[in-house]
Design a protein around this ligand. Structure first.
Ligand code: SF4
Length: 469
């Protein structure tokens, strides 16, 4: 019998009870936060660059029809074949059928978050095509049989010690020394012949350049180049929001992306793929396909979520999110975790099944503050909460509770009476300055402190002030 999916609350409780996970999250997000902070001190033009990046993305989103057609025209002119996919299923079917046409037995993948979004790993496994994840972190995720838990550090939920064990169990010639360098060498040895023997390369793209028809990919490991160069066929999958007008615009966005994602000034490798191998080229694929994926993106334009299409998948919002840093990424349940995932998952999976995500937020605004394209994430999350309420998705207890509160709060005398009673009851359950074990408050006090009521209420103090006391 198939196990019923766990609720968000159950997943959160499991994550909170896992000290190893907490250690892994702290190590990664703490380092990312520190590195970004240093990068910002060395890049005083950040605010101006951010405004510029925001305008580029808003301009493209407002003229998406124009830039998509321009990109398609130029990509075809360079020899690429362009495919359009409305849904995740359509996109993964297109990729699988291209792999079948190429007679692929083994494919290598790089930059694969969109692949996760469209369910490509599962579709390839179902089709009996061996897939090799080539990003070091994705390789760890594949060995562990997991899903990525972060969009930049997909294996963030694993500690170094766990990865070492995993490599020793799975690699043909594992490391002997317990150093990061030895472990990276072990992965390199394991992957090298797979790069060379793959039939098809499948990559994502960080940007699609409209005026050249090129796709742009950035990595720090060089695995994009190793993945996409040897195979006869290269398939790029990209969301339609990845467009920028020109190469200069791609570089303007890169300045923001790299600093926000890793705190570095530049990524080690930035590659523009422009069509298949041409006569005289020494290497490159003979066939070059680009699958442009909608999967809810045009619906986001219609449904008041167009700012979310600015997202360049840097991960800064999750590195600075107080909720993500307690729980990690798997708790969010969808492809994308953290604040951006809490906005996107209801688009992809439906609000009914992901209703909890917009509530898993303190609305402290830190995510928007660090977002390199100034996406108003808290506002978008509040929009989902509002919609959830209007569509009647909130539980009956919440609806009744809010109804009662509205009734009482809109009647001042009743409100004063009710708060006076509530304060007295809370005092009965107050110990050491906090309320503990009070019936009805358990969901809050299980993981947080609820301060004991003050000696005098604000209204009472205000009255004294009015009387001049
Ligand atoms: S929402 Fe902003 S901070 Fe978060 S991943 Fe997207 S671009 Fe980065």
């Amino acid at each position: 019998m198939q196990e019923a999916p766990m609720s968000f609350k159950a997943r959160a409780e499991r994550a909170l009870a896992d000290p190893t996970l907490k250690l892994a999250i702290d190590r990664t997000t703490g380092t990312a936060e520190r590195k970004r902070a240093v990068a910002m001190t060395q890049f005083p033009q950040f605010e101006a660059a951010r405004e510029c990046g925001k305008r580029i993305k808003d301009h493209v989103i407002a003229h998406l029809d124009h830039y998509l057609l321009e990109f398609e025209r130029n990509a075809i002119a360079s020899g690429a074949k362009v495919h359009w996919a409305r849904t995740a299923e359509e996109a993964s079917q297109i990729v699988v059928s291209l792999c079948r046409q190429a007679g692929a037995k083994r494919v290598t993948r790089v930059k694969s978050m969109l692949g996760e979004e469209i369910g490509l790993p599962h579709a390839l496994d179902e089709a009996g095509i061996e897939r090799v994840e080539t990003d070091l972190a994705e390789h760890i995720v594949q060995l562990g049989g997991d899903r990525p838990s972060h969009i930049v550090w997909p294996s963030m939920h694993r500690t170094r010690e766990q990865v070492s064990e995993m490599f020793k169990r799975s690699h043909r010639a594992p490391h002997r020394e317990e150093t990061i360098e030895a472990m990276v060498d072990s992965a390199r040895r394991e992957l090298r012949d797979k790069f060379l023997s793959a039939d098809v390369a499948i990559s994502g793209a960080n940007f699609l350049v409209a005026d050249t028809g090129a796709t742009c990919t950035v990595t720090n490991e060089g695995n994009a180049e190793l993945t996409t160069t040897p195979p006869r066929v290269h398939i790029v999958t990209a969301g339609i929001e990845k467009l920028v007008p020109t190469t200069a615009h791609a570089f303007a966005m890169l300045r923001l992306l790299v600093r926000s994602a890793t705190g570095a000034d530049v990524t080690q490798y930035t590659t523009f793929h422009c069509g298949p191998k041409q006569p005289g080229d020494r290497d490159g694929p003979e066939e070059f396909h680009i699958v442009l994926v909608d999967n809810g993106r045009t619906r986001m334009l219609r449904e008041g979520l167009k700012e979310m299409l600015r997202c360049i998948r840097c991960g800064a919002c999750m590195n600075h999110c107080v909720v993500f840093r307690q729980l990690g990424g798997h708790v969010y349940g969808g492809t994308y975790p953290g604040p951006m995932g809490a906005v996107l998952t209801p688009v992809f999976d439906g609000l009914k099944s992901s209703r909890d995500l917009p509530h898993a937020c303190t609305l402290n605004g830190k995510c928007q503050e660090v977002c390199p394209v100034d996406i108003p994430l808290p506002t978008l999350l509040r929009g989902w909460r509002d919609r959830s309420w209007r569509e009647g998705l909130e539980p009956a207890s919440m609806r009744v509770g809010m109804g009662l509160f509205t009734f009482v709060a809109s009647r001042p005398r009743l409100y004063r009476l009710a708060t006076a009673v509530a304060i007295r009851v809370m005092r009965l359950f107050s110990r050491g300055g906090t309320v503990r074990g009070m019936p009805g408050l358990g969901a809050w006090t299980a993981h947080r402190e609820f301060p004991a009521p003050a000696e005098r209420s604000f209204m009472a103090m205000y009255k004294d002030l009015e009387k001049g006391q």
